[in-house]
Design a binder for this molecule. Sequence first.
Ligand code: MN
Ligand code: FE
Length: 359
Amino acid sequence: MSNDSSFSIPAAPSSANAEKRILNSTSTDPNKILPMKYKWAREHYKKGVANNWIPEEVNMQKDVETWKNPKGLSDDERRLILWNMGFFSTAESLTANNLVLIVYRHITNPECRQYLLRQAYEEAIHTDTFIYSCDTLGLNPDEVYNMYASIPSIKEKDEFVVAMTKSIMDPNFTTQGTANIQRFVHDLVGFYVIMEGIFFYAGFVMMLSFLRQNRMAGVGEQFQFILRDESVHLAFGSDLINTIVQENPAIWTSEFKATLTENIKKAVELEYAYAKDCLPRGIMGLNAEAINDYIKYIADRRLERIGLAKVYNTANPFPWMSEIMDLRKEKNFFETRVTEYKSGMLKWGEEPKKETPKQ
Ligand code: MN
Ligand code: FE
């Protein structure tokens, strides 16, 4: 090792590393993390660490005043916030449980497991965020935590993910053989691409629209932090899926690809139905149709990320979403906007000129 103070991952010298595979590997020791084979897993881990945050860092005082003032928000605005609280409060736990109980069991590679542990911690932080928001805003927990059962558009999303990922819940499931590897990848697409990559995004657009107007900015900032974590979860999941496909090319049949694409198309429909339910009338320059275009736009990005052909070819109606994702943790969105406003470069609410095509 050199004297360089920056940590470097030892290259993969041994033939054991060359034989390592994500699934069904006979040369993987889950307790032996060095030398690493899958450097992307390490990179995503470090990105997660760089985003570290906890919900208590965000001041909710102004949100509490706005929420408790009968004239602070319109009925439609309250509905939008409540519906998103209802979906996210239980979806975060569902994600954490899937990760720990299913994905972790079958992914034995130690650098991938190290990332899964980090992700599980982040899901705990997200679950905690909704406990914190319910507490500070004084929401009725029985109402919020029952919305996944009582609100059809939320229930349908959750049921879709649960049904799609049922097969590998079976304790006797193994990843041996092409059909089982397909089932496993099918379910990974359900967890990572659909749940974390599509079903969270209508909510992100809605809640970050509040943040852009500096209203309910505490809750908005919590969603901004969650969005940044989720974009890394999605990137890890996509790399995991792509590596499994690369190592098991026999699974990647045109029939299997068509099934995955159909699942993603169905998810887009469910997310649009959810957006319409959250937002029955347009508010804050937002309406369900624009959100539908956004969902289609990101669905195309998700499809391409895992090597599938895009379907929709819609333009991104919210280029500011990519800007929010790129901001570093210390610079929250509102502070950045104020500085830009003061310097006269950008008026409040104006779209930035440069757009980074990033998801
Ligand atoms: Mn999460
Ligand atoms: Fe996540």
